[in-house]
Design a protein. Structure first.
Lengths: 261, 303
C-alpha cells in the first residue's frame, strides 16, 4: 500500500482516563486507505527528552467524518507530549505502515471470530471489529485490563459486537486474565485476533494453537523507523531468523513465530 | 541557483547530500514519501559476504536527542544482495552505494569483489567502524595498522571509488585517516556511531541486549564536527561528513569544517524528507552568501 507523510489536524482530544488520550485527526483531503492492524508513526515535537516518532496503532477510521482515531497510552515523555495536543494543532504522521489483520474471505460470513485485546492493545480491535461487522460478521470482543477504569471505549465496542471482559481486580467482568474467561470454553471459535501485552498474546496463541484455532497477533516491539529500514524492532520467526515487526508485521500468524516451540 | 555537484574520487554527485547506511534501507522503502532520486547518493544497509542474523532484540534505545542501536549488521549476505536487491535498485537515478563490512580481511575482500562486479554500484563504503559486532567491524578501525591492512587488501580488488568509514571511538582519528589515505582510499566518511550505553534504573537492566551500542543523532554532532575539522587538516582526500545532521545548517557547518559531501543518518527516522530540505537549504545558503558552487564551502571556516 502506498505510504504518505501528512500533516493532520486535531479535531478532538478526548481524555477518558489519566493514562490515555484519544486523538481524532482529520485532513482536508480524503484520508488514505488504511487496514485494521496497520499503524502510523507520529512525529512528536517539543519533547526535548525524546527524539523518534511514536508508533501508534490505528484505533478507528471514520470515513464519514474523514477522521483517524489514535488511542494513546501515556507511557513516557513522548506520548505525554502528544496528549497535550489541542484542537486545531497539526500533527505529522507517516501512514499506513505494516500489514493488517487477515480478514476472512468467505462469500457468506459464517465464521465465529474472537477479538482479544489487553490494555492499550484493545485499540486496533475497534477498527478491526468495525471492518468485520461491515463484512457481515458478528465479532465477539474479549477485553482485558487491570481494573474497570482501564477499559477504554466500551460504548464504541458495544455498537459493533458482544463484549466479554476480565479485570485483574474483578471490578468489571470476570476476575483474572483473558485466557481464563469462561467464554473460551462456552463457544467454539474459527479465528482469534489479538493485541496486548506480550505475555497475554503468548497465552492466547498457545490456547489457540492447542484448540487448532487460527490466530493472528499484533506486536509492538520497540521501533525507530517504522518502515523496514533500521532493523531495530525484530522478532524471531519460527526458523530462528530475525524479521522486522514494522515491515513483516506488526500482525503475524502465530504459526510464523517461534512462540509455540 | 548555485552549482551543487561535487566529486569524490571517480564518483560524481549531483549534490553533496546522501543518506547514511542503515538509516535508509535500500532507498526504495522511502520512494512513496519523496523523490529519492534528488539525493546525491544512497548508502544501502551494511552488507557482509555471508548472511548475518544480527543481535538479539532489544536493539534500540532512545536517548536525549539521539538513539543507541545494536542491530549488529543484520543482512542477507552479498549473494542475496546481488541476486535479489541489486536488480530492484540498479536503475534508481542516483548513486546507489554499498556499505561493505566483514569479520576478517578475507571476508571484507570477498564481499568487495562481489560488489565490484555490479556495474551500477559506483562506490563502496568500507565499514571498519561498526561497534556492534564481536569480530571485525570496529576492531579494524581502531588501530592505524588494522585499518591500513584491510584497506590495502580491499584496494587490490576494488578499482572503483573506495570510501572508508571511520570510527570515532579512537584517541586520534587523524592517525587512522592518514593510514587509510596512504593505502589508497579515495575518501573517508566520518563518523560512525559512538559507543554508548543505556540502563533501565527500575529494572536494573541494560536497555540493549548487547549492553552497549552505537550512539547517533543530533547529540553526537559536535563530536563529529570536531573530527571532520581535525581530519580535514590531516589528509588530502575528500571527507564525507556525518553525525547528527538534521537540517541544512548542520550540513553547511560540516562543509565549512572540511567535508566535501555529507550523509544524513538517524534524522531520516524523524523526517524522511530531511535530505531534500538540506539540498534546497544548501542552494539557498550559497545564493545568499554569493557562492557560485557548493564546493567553495569545503574548509571555508574562518579561524
Amino acid at each position: 500500500m502506498k505510504k504518505y507523510m501528512l500533516d493532520l489536524r486535531v479535531t478532538e482530544n478526548v481524555r477518558p482516563h489519566a493514562q490515555y488520550c484519544l486523538l481524532k485527526l482529520t485532513s482536508e483531503d480524503q484520508l488514505p486507505d488504511m487496514l485494521p492492524g496497520q499503524f502510523v508513526e507520529v512525529r512528536v515535537d517539543h519533547s526535548p527528552s525524546t527524539f523518534l516518532r511514536r508508533p501508534i496503532s490505528i484505533n478507528f477510521v471514520d470515513r464519514e467524518k474523514n477522521e483517524l482515531w489514535l488511542l494513546i497510552q501515556l507511557v513516557g515523555d513522548g506520548t505525554r507530549q502528544l496528549a497535550e495536543a489541542r484542537v486545531g494543532d497539526l500533527i505529522n504522521v507517516v501512514l499506513p505502515l505494516g500489514n493488517g489483520f487477515t480478514l476472512p474471505t468467505e462469500e457468506i460470513p459464517t465464521k465465529r471470530l474472537l477479538l482479544v485485546g489487553g490494555g492499550v492493545g484493545t485499540a486496533p480491535m475497534l477498527y478491526l471489529g468495525a471492518c468485520l461487522k461491515a463484512k457481515g460478521y458478528e465479532p465477539i470482543f474479549l477485553l482485558g485490563a487491570r481494573s474497570a477504569g482501564d477499559l477504554q471505549q466500551l460504548a464504541d465496542f458495544q455498537r459493533i459486537g458482544a463484549i466479554y471482559a476480565t479485570t485483574e481486580d474483578g471490578s468489571y467482568g470476570e476476575k483474572g486474565y483473558v485466557t481464563n474467561h469462561s467464554i473460551l470454553n462456552q463457544l467454539d471459535f474459527d479465528q482469534i485476533y489479538t493485541c496486548g501485552p506480550k505475555p497475554m498474546m503468548m497465552a492466547v496463541a498457545k490456547f489457540a494453537h492447542a484448540k487448532q484455532i487460527a490466530c493472528e497477533v499484533s506486536l509492538e516491539n520497540r521501533m525507530a523507523c517504522g518502515i523496514g529500514a533500521c532493523l531495530c524492532c525484530v522478532e524471531k520467526d519460527k526458523t530462528g531468523h530475525n524479521v522486522c515487526v514494522c515491515k513483516e508485521g506488526p500482525v503475524f500468524n502465530i504459526e510464523q513465530l517461534s512462540w509455540l516451540s | 541557483m548555485a552549482e551543487l555537484s561535487v566529486q569524490i574520487g571517480k564518483l560524481a554527485l549531483k549534490n553533496p547530500v546522501m543518506t547514511a547506511s542503515g538509516t535508509f534501507g535500500y532507498g526504495i522503502e522511502y520512494a512513496d514519501l519523496m523523490d529519492i532520486t534528488r539525493l546525491g547518493g544512497i548508502f544501502v544497509k551494511g552488507t557482509t559476504e555471508q548472511p548475518r542474523e544480527g543481535n538479539d532484540y532489544p536493539r534500540m534505545a532512545e536517548t536525549p536527542s539521539g538513539m543507541l542501536n545494536a542491530v549488529g549488521l543484520q543482512n542477507k549476505g552479498a549473494d542475496y544482495f546481488v541476486e535479489h536487491i541489486y536488480p530492484a535498485i540498479k536503475d534508481i537515478d542516483t548513486n546507489m552505494m554499498v556499505n561493505v563490512s566483514g569479520s576478517s580481511i578475507e571476508t571484507y575482500v570477498a564481499c568487495a569483489e562481489k560488489i565490484a562486479a555490479l556495474d551500477k554500484i559506483p562506490a563502496i563504503e568500507l565499514n571498519i567502524s561498526c561497534p556492534n559486532v564481536k569480530q571485525g567491524g570496529m576492531a579494524f578501525g581502531v588501530t592505524a595498522c588494522g585499518a591500513a591492512e584491510v584497506v590495502r587488501a580491499v584496494r587490490k580488488v576494488y578499482p572503483k571509488t573506495l570510501i572508508v568509514k571511520l570510527s570515532p571511538n579512537v584517541t586520534d582519528i587523524t592517525e587512522i585517516a592518514r593510514a587509510v589515505e596512504a593505502e589508497g582510499a579515495d575518501a573517508v566518511s566520518l563518523i560512525n556511531t559512538m559507543l554508548g550505553m543505556a540502563i533501565d534504573a527500575e529494572r536494573r537492566k541494560p536497555l540493549l541486549s548487547t549492553i552497549t551500542g552505537g550512539l547517533s543523532g543530533p547529540c553526537v554532532k559536535p563530536v563529529a564536527l570536531r573530527m571532520v575539522w581535525q581530519t580535514y587538516k590531516a589528509v588530502k582526500i575528500p571527507i564525507i561528513g556525518l553525525g547528527g545532521i538534521s537540517n541544512w545548517k548542520d550540513a553547511v557547518e560540516f562543509m565549512l569544517a572540511g567535508a566535501t559531501a555529507i550523509q544524513i543518518g538517524t534524522y531520516n527516522f524523524v523526517d524522511p524528507t530531511v535530505g531534500i530540505q538540506v539540498i534546497d537549504g544548501l542552494n539557498d545558503y550559497c545564493d545568499r552568501h554569493g557562492f557560485h558552487s557548493v564546493k567553495e564551502l569545503t574548509g571555508a571556516l574562518e579561524v
